[in-house]
Design a binder for this molecule. Structure first.
Ligand SMILES: Cc1cc2nc3c(=O)[nH]c(=O)nc-3n(C[C@H](O)[C@H](O)[C@H](O)COP(=O)(O)OP(=O)(O)OC[C@H]3O[C@@H](n4cnc5c(N)ncnc54)[C@H](O)[C@@H]3O)c2cc1C
Length: 364
């Protein structure tokens, strides 16, 4: 990257939120630059790699439009079709929920989205870390970038949010993942209890392998995440064939403000994550489209950036607030002990647990 460049829209981060924002802003005809701090897009993978089906996404976020075209991914990114989710309580009782979706390879998935942004005209700089904003200029490890609008798609610890004075989730929980070899049935398996206090362990089937991982809430845990992961692997005879990688997951829902006079935040940076299960890929893509379009329209037609806040309120506020409320209830009652986890799961039953994972109210 040259030491100083000028652009219309600067997007920080090339995850699903950043690449989608860059694509839609570029499609509107403005000049777009997106920067990625890591040397490669999507590597290492720090995700369970589960993508819900279009119907599941529509059910969770009914105000989001054109889901089919937005999630029309190449067939080779659908690594394994998912036919349901098994929830296993600490006593070993398993409830199988109807659920459709697919597992993907997140590195290839992210690279595909980044390539679509580049195809639309956005310019990508890798190994270029955003450091902060000084006098209207973004400072990065590779040089300065003059921008008209900045989009922070830089994940849960967003430096852009901080630089813009926007709020962030205060209590993200850590989660780790790796690939395990073997043949697995086409069901996502989630395990609750002391194995992953305050969250869950998972097995998400892929082709000839599975994505396996553990998340926990630090306030309920008395060991390291690595130790919990080893116990989880041992209990399920999982033979991992890749290194373990981890990241923080926002757990409190969408932050109160996602826009300023010249900036927006999206994806994990904005708390666009379902608190009860940590799912964020569909939200990053939906939010990325919304802020990319608003940024482009702002520069070309004078559309106010505050429209992005309005879009986020319409699409995400209610489902994400409901999920955050359900997570608080789970923290208060279910996650206190293995006994209470098992009792609450039994009390909720199949229908309410289905509501829980889909951002719906569990009690009328
Ligand atoms: C272990 C784990 C498992 C998960 N499993 C699932 C799942 O199965 N399904 C699901 O839907 N969601 C899952 N999630 C959540 C999902 O991964 C995120 O919600 C999603 O990646 C959010 O996309 P994003 O683009 O907002 O952020 P990210 O994917 O985190 O992308 C942010 C990008 O910004 C870059 N960046 C950060 N700081 C800077 C900087 N200063 N300068 C330049 N670049 C920077 C990062 O390197 C990164 O590439 C999981 C999360 C974790 C941690």
């Amino acid at each position: 990257m040259p030491e100083r460049i000028r652009t219309d829209v600067l997007v920080v981060g090339s995850g699903p939120a950043g690449s989608t924002a860059a694509r839609f802003a570029a499609e509107s005809g403005v000049r777009v630059t997106f920067v990625e701090g890591r040397a490669e897009v999507g590597t290492p993978v720090r995700c369970g790699e589960l993508v819900p089906s279009d119907d599941e996404i529509r059910g969770m976020f009914p105000a989001a439009t054109d889901i089919a075209s937005l999630f029309d991914m190449p067939g080779n990114l659908r690594v394994r079709e998912i036919e349901g989710i098994g929830l296993t309580d600490p006593k070993g009782r398993r409830t199988l929920l109807d659920f459709t979706g697919y597992s993907t390879d997140r590195d290839r998935f992210d690279n595909y989205l980044a390539s679509e942004a580049v195809k639309a005209g956005a310019e990508l700089f890798k190994g270029c870390q955003f450091k902060g904003v000084k006098g209207g200029l973004a400072e990065t490890t590779a040089g300065e970038i003059e921008y008209k609008v900045i989009i922070g798609a830089d994940g849960p610890g967003s430096r852009v949010a901080k630089a813009l004075g926007l709020p962030k989730n205060m209590h993200p929980y850590p989660a780790v993942t790796a690939q395990a070899e073997g043949d697995f049935d086409p069901y996502v398996e989630m395990f609750f209890g002391g194995i992953a206090p305050g969250a869950y362990g998972w097995i998400i089937p892929k082709a000839g392998r599975a994505n396996v991982g553990v998340g926990f809430s630090p306030k309920f845990a008395d060991g390291t995440l690595g130790e919990y992961f080893e116990t989880f692997k041992g209990r399920h005879n999982l033979n991992t064939i890749s290194e373990m990688h981890g990241k923080y997951v926002p757990s409190e829902g969408m932050v109160s403000r996602v826009v300023t006079d010249d900036g927006m935040i999206v994806g994990d940076a904005a708390g666009h994550v379902i608190s009860v299960n940590g799912g964020g890929i569909p939200l990053a893509v939906i939010g990325g489209r919304a802020c990319g379009q608003v940024a482009g329209d702002h520069l070309r037609k004078g559309r106010p950036l505050s429209d992005y806040q309005r879009e986020c309120e319409k699409i995400f506020r209610r489902p994400l607030d409901t999920a955050a409320k359900n997570k608080r209830l789970a923290d208060a009652f279910a996650f206190r002990s293995e006994f209470s986890t098992a009792a609450c799961m039994k009390l909720l039953g199949k229908r309410r647990m289905g509501n829980l994972i889909r951002c719906k109210r569990i009690f009328p």
